[in-house]
Design a protein around this ligand. Sequence first.
Ligand code: NAP
Length: 163
Amino acid sequence: MMISIIVAIAKNNEIGKGNNLLCRLPADLKHFREITSGHAVIMGRKTFASLPKGALPDRRNIVISRNKDLKIEGAEVYSSLDYALIKLIDENEVFIIGGAQIYAQTLAFADKLYLTKIHAGFPDADVFFPLIDWRAWRELNRETFPADEKNPYPFSFIEYERT
Ligand SMILES: NC(=O)c1ccc[n+]([C@@H]2O[C@H](COP(=O)([O-])OP(=O)(O)OC[C@H]3O[C@@H](n4cnc5c(N)ncnc54)[C@H](OP(=O)(O)O)[C@@H]3O)[C@@H](O)[C@H]2O)c1
């Protein structure tokens, strides 16, 4: 099983504010959907709560919560990451989709990193991606796009694999 992290990070390592994303970038949402569709996605309970329409379609939704009574329609809820990963052992690629707490607990052993770099800063952000040791990652691919009428900030899609 390959473990991949997918995340959108702005200039100062920020990833969210007020339990929401930093900004609306439709191109990134499309990219996220294309990459994760058909796969299992693992998220923290707060990230699940931030999803506007609940469970993500066409994906096996996994939510991590210490609340053992929590039941969520359209998702499997597990009380630890380790237990979730054991349950997903037969998947070929599993995506860690946030948030900050879950990224912090998976960055050390993830195999791939799908990073959307948002080329802007968000001073009111309140959640951040953990520090990345770049010596551990090799860049495979990068595409950069300017801001346009739908996407208010320039951004890059960058793919890394562990060295
Ligand atoms: N930029 C991006 O790509 C991106 C992606 C995803 C999310 N985000 C943003 O990130 C923010 C949410 O991140 P967050 O760090 O506050 O929360 P989170 O990681 O989504 O969820 C935290 C919750 O997960 C559960 N949890 C965490 N570690 C656990 C463990 N080891 N065992 C069992 N349960 C565990 C706990 O749930 P219980 O409290 O229920 O026990 C905890 O409160 C939002 O602003 C969201 O929009 C950004």
